[in-house]
Design a protein around this ligand. Structure first.
Ligand SMILES: Cc1ncc(COP(=O)(O)O)c(C=O)c1O
Length: 309
């Protein structure tokens, strides 16, 4: 079963996170018109914050990097967001540490700026404990015995886990991470999927938050997206494809959950010029690996199918 979060107002699960973060900083000190909010984002949280910040009559500086998809950058600019572009790699396979340094510098130079801080603010996991977790339990039903969740800040998974562990302690919880990510341990290295993995450990994922981490290579995640699209006509985002691959890895190892739920953070619309584009696969040198992985899926007889509810 896929739980698809692309129908949230700005197209991803981060609409929930943005709501939780803004309610929290407003509670600490009311957000008055003209307040400047700053956040480091790979894109989706930026889009979600942009919408709410506009409703609040506040301003928003989004600290982004070259991995932020072009359509996301264009949407942010069109929403009146100021983009602060970081181009210094952080030495851990990404830009996150450089983005966080830039946010700290901006806030130091401008003490009135407010930082929502998705990487440390407990309001991030809390909103998922209050909303996403209960929805998963309700929609998955009593039979639900495994969930697969992509991680970057780890907030989504930590919140879902806090709820599920309290109502259904036997559900297997799989953290889906990227190869080259430090979120669930491991060694920093090249990552290509926007929103999946990070250059540092999660401050939210404490012991017992998940049973196992599935570390998915960019090529394997893209191959799952492409195969799913070929079979269903539905374009998933790259972290969603990686989540599907995490589930398939369990099947390969002989684990057959009775009822599994894969949480899909966004859809493929922002990634048509990258994950779904053969030229881009060549540019990032994963074309052969992606096509090989799709051939192996097909050789194993795998076909995705949309079932009637
Ligand atoms: C597409 C996508 N997938 C997964 C995630 C991971 O969510 P979290 O930061 O809650 O771990 C994000 C977060 O930005 C995302 O944008």
């Amino acid at each position: 079963m896929l739980k698809h979060e692309s129908l949230n107002p700005t197209g991803s699960i981060k609409d929930r996170t943005a709501t939780g973060l803004l309610v929290d900083i407003d509670r600490l000190k009311p957000l008055t018109p003209g307040t400047v909010i700053v956040e480091s984002t790979s894109g989706n949280l930026g889009l979600a914050l942009a919408r709410l910040v506009r409703l609040l009559d506040c301003n928003f500086i989004a600290v982004i990097d070259e991995r932020t998809p072009r359509p996301t950058r264009d949407s942010l600019t069109a929403s009146g967001v100021e983009l602060y572009f970081v181009d210094e790699p952080d030495g851990q396979g990404g830009y996150l540490l450089s983005r966080l340094k830039a946010v700290r510098e901006l806030c130091l130079a401008n003490p009135d700026y407010r930082w929502t801080n998705q990487y440390h603010n407990a309001a991030n996991p809390l909103i998922h404990e209050q909303t996403t977790g209960p929805e998963i339990a309700r929609q998955g039903g009593a039979e639900l015995d495994a969930v697969y969740v992509a991680v970057s800040t780890g907030g989504t998974l930590a919140g879902i886990s806090a709820h599920l562990r309290s109502v259904a302690p036997n559900i297997r919880i799989v953290a889906v991470d990227s190869t080259g990510s430090l979120v669930t341990g491991g060694v920093g290295g090249q990552r290509l999927i926007a929103g999946l993995g990070a250059s540092r450990a999660s401050s939210f994922l404490t012991d017992g938050a998940y049973d196992v981490a599935a570390r998915i290579s960019p090529a394997a995640g893209v191959a799952a997206c492409r195969a799913f699209f070929e079979d269903t006509g539905i374009a998933l985002g790259g972290s969603s494809g990686s989540v599907l691959r995490g589930y398939l890895d369990d099947l390969d190892q002989g684990l057959f959950p009775r009822r599994a739920l894969c949480l899909c953070p966004d859809d493929g619309s922002k990634y048509l010029g990258t994950l779904y584009d053969d030229g881009w696969l060549d540019t990032v040198h994963i074309a052969e690996a992606v096509h090989g992985a799709i051939s192996r899926l097909r050789a194993d007889g795998l076909r995705f199918r949309v079932a009637a509810p």
